[in-house]
Design a protein around this ligand. Structure first.
Ligand code: HEC
Length: 314
């Protein structure tokens, strides 16, 4: 019984260890955050921040801290005025966004993509929400570059800095400063793999059981799946989204049309049941419509399961 044997080999590799937490940390060197302004309709200026820091968590939560006192306008008095009147000595501003990490993690070295991010800038008690299309390039196994694809415009009124700009105009005796600010960013993030400090308290033991596989190797294996499956919630393509698949009953995701056999299989996805399914999709659920022969190597199966777990469980 080849199949049974496979399931047993894989089950023995399943241990209750914390899932590897992967955090992307912003590398200050190489990163650049700038905004522009136009004075008197004619004079364009670029200001930037020399001190930014931040990270992206495994589930795609981006948090960037901007040290407002590090603003560089190339003129000292102008730096001081920006800090005092526009930023109102707020110290730091924060930029948060939600990012689709499954797309980023699935990128091979040298590959690029664009992703939409919903972002929020919080400055001196005011929040501005905006959408930004970001260009992402995988520079190496452990680093990505994320930059604004076009520039992003932020209204000074929305950002709560209008009064400060009025003050600058008055101080510099300027007839006008534009009230929408183009922003561009180029951010480099490096991956650090570290064990989660404490295993997250999971409701079900199925979810707590992590496969001791090689997540990086599993990511490569997942390229065989990614033509048909995405890991983000509700994103069904040729196949159903595999978001939060562990613990779910087979064939039940909303918005995807499954075959009858899978829908009625009564399988609950655990590392074991998925291992059996991936080893022999047609044999495990006869008549299902996944056009995939299955994975031959046990190691590939263990690793891809580890990867899916790591990517879809925060
Ligand atoms: C050619 C497209 C294709 C490829 C490649 C593919 N799948 Fe699928 N997969 C599907 C389709 C379509 C379904 C739905 C099958 C059905 O309803 O019978 C499915 C179903 C599944 C399910 C059940 C989901 C649920 O909600 O019940 C899992 C788990 C799964 N695939 C995992 C994988 C993994 C892991 C890989 C890569 C090793 C992979 N698939 C490769 C198309 C694909």
């Amino acid at each position: 019984m080849k199949l049974l044997l496979k399931a047993v080999t894989i089950a023995s590799a399943i241990v209750a260890t914390p899932v590897l937490a992967q955090t992307w940390t912003l590398a200050p060197e190489g990163s650049h955050l700038a905004y522009g302004s136009i004075k008197k309709d004619t004079i364009g200026e670029v200001n930037s921040f020399t001190n930014i820091s931040g990270q992206v968590s495994q589930d795609g939560k981006v948090e960037i801290e901007i040290d407002l006192s590090s603003v560089e306008t190339n003129i000292d008095i102008r730096n001081e005025r920006m800090i005092e009147f526009v930023f109102r000595k707020a110290g730091t501003a924060s930029l948060t966004a939600d990012f689709d990490m499954s797309e980023v993690s699935a990128l091979g070295v040298g590959e690029t993509t664009t992703v939409d991010a919903e972002a929020r800038l919080s400055l001196a008690g005011t929040d501005v929400d905006f959408d930004a299309e970001m260009f992402v390039a995988r520079l190496s196994e452990t680093s990505v570059m994320v930059s604004t694809n076009d520039m992003v415009f932020i209204g000074t009124e929305d950002a709560g800095v209008d009064a400060g700009i009025d003050k600058l105009m008055q101080l510099a005796d300027l007839p006008g400063i534009t009230r929408t600010v183009p922003v561009t960013a180029r951010l480099i993030f490096n991956l650090d793999d570290k064990k989660a400090e404490a295993a997250p308290a999971e409701e079900s033991t199925v979810l707590a059981a992590a496969v001791e596989g090689d997540i990086k190797a599993g990511k490569k294996v997942f390229r065989k799946c990614s033509a048909c499956h995405k890991l983000d919630a509700d994103r069904h393509t040729v196949g159903p989204s595999l978001h939060n698949i562990f613990g779910a009953q087979a064939g039940q995701a909303d918005g995807f049309r499954y075959s009858e056999p899978l829908q009625q299989s009564e399988i609950v996805w655990t590392p074991e049941t998925m291992a059996a399914f991936l080893a022999d999709p047609k044999g495990t659920v006869p008549g299902n419509k996944m056009q995939f022969r299955g994975l031959k190597k046990d190691a590939d199966i263990v690793n891809v399961i580890a990867y899916i777990q790591a990517e879809t469980q925060g």
